[in-house]
Design a protein around this ligand. Structure first.
Ligand code: SAH
Length: 238
């Protein structure tokens, strides 16, 4: 079973939102979650996990020895060992899909100013960011990562097909969605979607996806493999 092992000083935050909805229903049958309280691996009576930064400056730094002991308490297996970190490589849907296909992940949640650099090296933690902004701790980032993986595990989502067409699956943003009522505040559903012509619907959606991606994420559009990149955008006049 796919297993996330989360190292945190706030184990009570889990499963939190991961215990609700489809991911929550599948927790324990399609995937497993355990938390390791980093504080359990402190050695002093105050259960200290942090100390002042060498070289001075504000805040505190997570101690390498305590975190290393917490990591070493997890039996070694071939799951990747990740550290949630704003300095890490940006999480992508491709990485999420690869992680979802593996055995799970060991995920360290930083707090304070972050983690002593030496434990990152000594335990070969791979730093992963969920975006160019700073959270107060790695827990919400870990939840985002776990949620994105769990929904790709076979049997977790309602319809297996829904993972295939959505944003980023083919390097594109998803086409727009509509549902009833047919008229909402004077705005109608695009006629083609109610025409019953499946081929036309598919073509319209593909065009919308490409248009949206070019407009909103030219960086993604530029990354598409040759041939999948329409030579000339039909609807933009430069
Ligand atoms: N001083 C650090 C920020 C520390 S934030 C810096 O400037 O880089 C505290 C913890 O929150 C981090 O150790 C990390 O585990 C988590 N965190 C914050 N922002 C994150 C992000 N964008 N992605 C993943 N984890 C993040």
């Amino acid at each position: 079973m796919w297993r996330a092992s989360v190292l945190t000083i706030f184990p009570e935050m889990f499963p939190g939102p991961l215990g609700a909805s489809l991911a929550g229903k599948a927790l324990g049958t399609k995937w497993a979650l355990d938390t390791i309280d980093i504080r359990d691996h402190a050695t002093d009576k105050h259960r200290t996990v942090d100390d002042t930064p060498a070289g001075g400056g504000p805040g505190m730094v997570m101690k390498p020895d305590v975190l290393a002991r917490a990591l070493d308490s997890i039996p070694k297996d071939d799951r990747p060992r990740l550290l949630m970190s704003p300095r890490g490589a940006s999480l992508t849907q491709a990485r999420v899909a690869a992680l979802a296909q593996g055995g799970g992940a060991v995920i360290v949640c930083g707090r304070f100013e972050g983690v002593d650099e030496r434990v990152i090296a000594a335990r070969q933690l791979e730093e992963i960011s969920i975006g160019d902004f700073v959270l107060s701790g790695g827990e919400i980032a870990a939840m985002a990562l776990i949620d994105s993986c769990v929904r790709l595990i076979p049997g977790v989502m309602g319809k297996p097909a829904s993972g295939v067409e959505e944003s980023f699956a083919s390097g594109l943003l998803e086409y727009p969605h509509y549902t009833r009522p047919q008229l909402f505040e004077g705005l109608a559903i695009p006629e083609i979607l109610t025409s019953g012509d499946h081929a036309k619907v598919a073509r319209w959606r593909a065009e919308q996806s490409e248009k949206l991606t070019r407009e909103r994420r030219p960086d993604l559009a530029a990354q598409r493999p040759r041939g999948e990149n329409p030579a000339k955008p039909r609807d933009s006049k430069g």
